[in-house]
Write a protein that binds this ligand. Structure first.
Ligand code: SF4
Ligand code: SF4
Length: 190
């Protein structure tokens, strides 16, 4: 029924910047968990959590990846911490067209934290030995189910932004022709 209230579970990671020591264990375990096959490698570039590190100031800020956004922000925030001014996008959680963070390095596809789906608790939280990360779950009332884009749609949107829709369509058409060719060849060989 339209307007009907529903509840949804909001999963978040609370970050205590004062406790983080910049060890990057969270980046390592996140990228290893999401490697294919699982745990076959660890590359922080593929991690869904990144740590902004300023060792000389003893400042470390873990940021985990949020939703992909196709449009760059029109307005941006400046942060000054201990007299140092940080890049306008430094602490942003979004994967977006204006920077490379939270993007799969080979394909450019957006990366988003999935709270380590299938695990009892997020692995970055588990591996953070100083408790800088805490997993928090809460119920929120919403008007109706949000129409979230599926992962495939998000990926296609990002590819279309990077290469242009026509190029993507041409590539799909080429792939479909070449896979038909393979089908015919396989049938001939049967
Ligand atoms: S594992 Fe914890 S202490 Fe280490 S960088 Fe990540 S958040 Fe900071
Ligand atoms: S919850 Fe899982 S997917 Fe999200 S940043 Fe932590 S390790 Fe990565």
């Amino acid at each position: 029924m339209p307007g009907e209230k529903k509840t949804k579970t909001v999963k978040t990671i609370k970050v205590d910047v004062d406790k983080c020591n910049g060890c990057r264990a969270c980046e390592m375990i996140c990228s290893a968990f999401h490697a294919a096959p699982k745990y076959s490698g660890n590359n922080p570039e593929r991690s869904r959590i990144r740590v902004i590190r300023e060792p000389l100031r003893d400042l470390y800020v873990p940021v985990y990846a949020g939703d992909y956004t196709a449009a760059e922000c029109a307005g941006r925030d400046k942060y000054t911490i201990d007299g140092k001014e940080y890049d306008e996008c430094a602490f942003c959680r979004a994967s977006c067209p204006s920077r490379d963070i939270f993007k799969e390095p080979d394909s450019g596809l957006p990366l988003k934290c999935d709270m380590c789906e299938g695990e009892e608790e997020p692995l970055c939280v588990k591996w953070c030995l100083v408790d800088a990360l805490t997993y928090v779950e809460r119920e929120e009332e919403v008007e109706e189910e949000e129409d979230d884009l599926g992962e495939m749609e998000m990926g296609l949107e990002a590819l279309a932004n990077k290469y242009g829709l026509n190029k993507i369509m041409d590539t799909v058409a080429r792939m479909s022709v070449s896979s038909k060719g393979l089908d015919v060849k396989a049938k001939e060989e049967d």
